[in-house]
Design a protein around this ligand. Structure first.
Ligand code: UDP
Length: 432
């Protein structure tokens, strides 16, 4: 069993509000898993890049979970694409932090996203502990399903991902499909590739009275509510929901008096111009009167949005999983989602919602209508499906993965454990 894990989250902090900028499902993942590891007696240090001079160097996020803000490059004005140049500075800071302690301080490095994998790989070699890596998204997969106006991921990222896949002792995939992509596109060793689904907080995201939820968020009782939640970027395709809504209004003009399309989230990455583009699209489609754009919401309030909705729509071009789909279902709200990537696992087609192949707004409009007719039944199926996922299960599986990687490393390189001890005695003799 590990006692202390170094979690690397270079480009986005677990303290950020998800739903804007670079903060999304990965931040939620790191927060939920770190808390649960700490509750199992496994301390977690999360290393993340400092993005403001106001951030204290060290923050105790929860008992046993320490967030360390690492100085690597200017605090502000550095885009994700510019971060590779700062990895040396970031790695140095991580190694120096560990060097403040007795050797053997960390038992495992868990890196999130390829940039962190680059740091983790060096930390692994230096400390003689396994590297467990979660990719969260893969450039080759993303580039194969690019949204119009989205920038392709650079070759440097593809190469960087390949290096991390080759170096990691364990790769964590959200779904069997992601595991297959790691093996087929990146040459990952299937024996070292674990399928560990993410979870959902079933206490926060739970069914509740729809009318009361509507009152709390200011939606009329008799409204037909369609919800989009997520970072506003081309990949997430909130424009598909606008097109589908326009289609529904064209087919049924009387619906205009009741239709409410809620778009929750803020811009991100290459989608910085996206909110403006969406507003213009709403004007062009003649749906401005039924669309409301809302800023990112905290989980409790977000749960009210899910409860208030008749259908949550997740029309992404690709998702490695799609936590939003799971959260909506946990609140008893069926989902209409694109039949791509992790969404095919996150949604049980025909039971908890509907998966839509292709990108025709008419298909989305038809799926939304079909789901609304069976809202009650699919809502119950949605909650049932969501309860199969839990962060506790995710954490247990990760701990097993950490332990297996540690045991394998000791068995394969019996001198490695002594390496930590050698360092310890060298430190004893020579000082650090
Ligand atoms: N989220 C949030 N508030 C918002 C919008 C999103 O807390 O207003 C969270 C949401 O609850 C989910 C995460 O951001 O847990 C988005 O994860 P998902 O896997 O759907 O997409 P990603 O951002 O990872 O691409």
């Amino acid at each position: 069993m590990p006692r202390r894990v170094a979690t690397l989250s270079v480009h986005t902090s677990p303290l950020e509000q998800p739903g804007a900028g670079d903060a999304g499902g990965m931040n939620v993942y790191v927060v939920e898993v770190s808390r649960r590891l700490a509750a199992r007696g496994i301390a977690v240090d999360v290393f993340t890049r400092a993005t403001s001079s106001e951030q204290p160097p060290v923050v105790e996020m929860a008992p046993g979970v320490t967030v360390r803000h690492v100085s690597a490059g200017p605090f502000e004005g550095l885009g994700k694409q510019e971060l590779p140049a700062q990895m040396c500075a970031f790695t140095a800071a991580v190694l120096r932090e560990e060097a403040q302690h007795e050797p053997g301080h960390f038992d495992v490095v868990h890196s999130h996203y390829w940039l962190s994998g680059q740091v983790g790989w060096l930390a692994r070699d230096r400390w003689g502990v396994p590297l467990v890596h979660s990719a969260h998204t893969l450039a080759k997969v993303k580039n194969a399903a690019l949204a119009e106006g989205d920038e392709p991921e650079p070759r440097a990222r593809v190469i960087g991902e390949e290096q991390v896949v080759a170096e990691a002792d364990r790769l964590v995939a959200n779904t069997a499909e992601e595991a297959r992509q790691l093996v087929d596109f990146y040459g990952a060793d299937p024996r070292r590739t674990l399928v560990i689904p993410p979870g959902v907080d079933l206490q926060v995201f739970r069914p509740g009275d729809q009318q009361r939820a509507r009152q709390r968020i200011g939606v009329p009782a008799d409204a037909v509510v369609l919800l989009f939640v997520g970072r506003i970027q081309p990949l997430k395709a909130p424009d598909m929901l606008l097109h589908a809504a326009a289609r529904m209004l064209a087919d049924d003009p009387a619906l205009r008096a009741r239709l409410q399309v809620l778009v929750v989230g803020a811009p991100s990455g290459s989608g910085l111009a996206e909110p403006q583009r969406l507003q213009e699209l709403a004007v062009a489609l003649g749906v401005t009167d039924v669309v409301r754009f809302l800023p990112p919401q905290r989980p409790e309030r977000l749960a009210d949005h899910y409860r208030a909705a008749d259908v949550t729509v997740v029309p992404s071009h690709n998702e490695s999983f799609g936590l939003v789909a799971l959260e909506a279902q946990a609140c008893g709200t069926p989902v209409v989602a694109a039949a791509v990537g992790g969404l095919c696992t996150a949604v049980d087609d025909g039971v908890s919602g509907l998966l839509v192949p292709g990108r025709d707004p008419a298909d989305y409009a038809a799926a939304i209508r079909r789901v609304m007719v069976r809202r009650q039944l699919l809502g119950a199926g949605a909650r049932r499906h969501a309860t199969a996922f839990s962060w506790d299960r995710t954490t247990d599986a990760l701990v097993d993965g950490y332990a297996a990687a540690m045991a394998e490393m000791r068995a394969a390189r019996p001198l490695l454990r002594p390496a930590a001890e050698l360092r310890r005695s060298a430190v004893g003799l020579l000082g650090r």
